[in-house]
Design a protein around this ligand. Sequence first.
Ligand code: NAD
Ligand code: USQ
Length: 397
Amino acid sequence: MRILVLGGDGYLGWPTAMRFSDRGHDVTVVDNFARRRWHLEQSTDSLTPISSLEDRIEVWESVSGRRIDARVGCIEDGEFLDAVVADCLPEVVIHYGEQPSAPYSMRSRQTAVETQQTNVIGTLNLLFSMKSHVPDAHLIKLGTMGEYGTPNIDIEEGFIEIEHKGRKDTLPFPKLPGSLYHCSKVHDSTNVHFATRIWGLRATDLNQGVVYGIETDETVRDDRLMTRFDYDETFGTVLNRFCVQAVVGHPLTVYGAGGQTRAFLNIKDTLRCVELAALNPADRGEFRVFNQFTEQFSVSELATLVQKSAAEVGHKVEIESYPNPRVELEHHYYNASNQKLLDLGLEPHPLGDELVKSVLHVIDRYRDRVIERALTPRTKWNPGELEGGALSVAQQT
Ligand code: NAD
Ligand code: USQ
């Protein structure tokens, strides 16, 4: 298949591009290197030393014999994107190319606007390009489990059957996003759903949980194929951060009470899920939603697991409760369905001691690159409010 990967220089996009290329597909990646720029702006960096996209492509060709095509440019630039889509005529478009950090979106008015502009306008441009040039292609759009928030009912996959005043309908599952980044994903979902209903496009919205892990079958083939691995308070996600903290002897930064429960998956399972979606496309006019995760954990459970696994390889690790910089429930019900990807054949890599230890082992190789000041949580959801999670406690009552 001809596959276009938007955001193909990123944490998930680069391994995805290699995976499909290795399977014999013709892959084109698009990126504007925004993620690299955002790091430069805040003087942080990926833990893993990552090569330029150009070098990665050369190395991949030398180890696999296959060439990945690259186009450098901005997805919000509709004319650029339109020309890429018209030229590549993809059968599948995998859209990772967004600003993915909740804290970044909450830092200031400017970063909130940048986030929504990048994400919402980028996706809107893509929908128009697909409608014009490849109306039969399958859009695989990366959404997020955080679109649903933490409702006090089970989370279904995109839709829920509702009975109201004696009448029934199946409607989009209610959304309660917890950051302006997560709001952008909800806006995207609305627009993608619209394009399937009105223009007959075919789309799969992958509501993905928090991804962890550092290696995939393709990244380990050569050090220069490594993907990025972020641990700073803005771009690092919780389990990846805890693993880096454990290796450098920093207390694990549990925000607030630590009862926040989220859905998680290994980066290897991300690749498999996206592959399953691509091999089993949505129908014309269908807006299909998969909840893309394998397990649920609270933040405290993750901290305890990392502490235990780290102790087994000689790292003594403290767990510390930090005043929660975010406004979120710290004790809540959480039960989400992920049946659709399992039905398609997903065989999850579960999280356990051995997996954590393998991540710690890789991190250990690069421990000298860790910028410790970047570990401390700084971005507050509501900077004017009282310290110590007062707002989040109030919200729970
Ligand atoms: P990432 O930042 O590493 O990758 C995104 C890539 O898109 C980056 O290389 C960036 O430079 C590029 N990009 C951003 N804006 C662009 C634009 N306007 N034009 C061209 N390129 C642009 O992030 P990631 O962790 O790989 O996440 C990929 C996608 O998956 C995102 O949409 C994110 O919201 C979603 N997601 C990620 C996770 C996770 O835990 N990593 C979980 C759920 C969903
Ligand atoms: N948390 C801590 N300590 C930390 C970092 C985070 O306790 O050091 C807590 C947060 O308060 C939150 C939970 O861990 O309750 C998850 O935070 P996170 O930063 O790992 O994840 P999040 O901000 O939700 O965003 C990440 C990705 C995003 C993706 C999302 C999936 O950055 O791209 O969409 O995970 S989900 O959470 O399912 O929406």
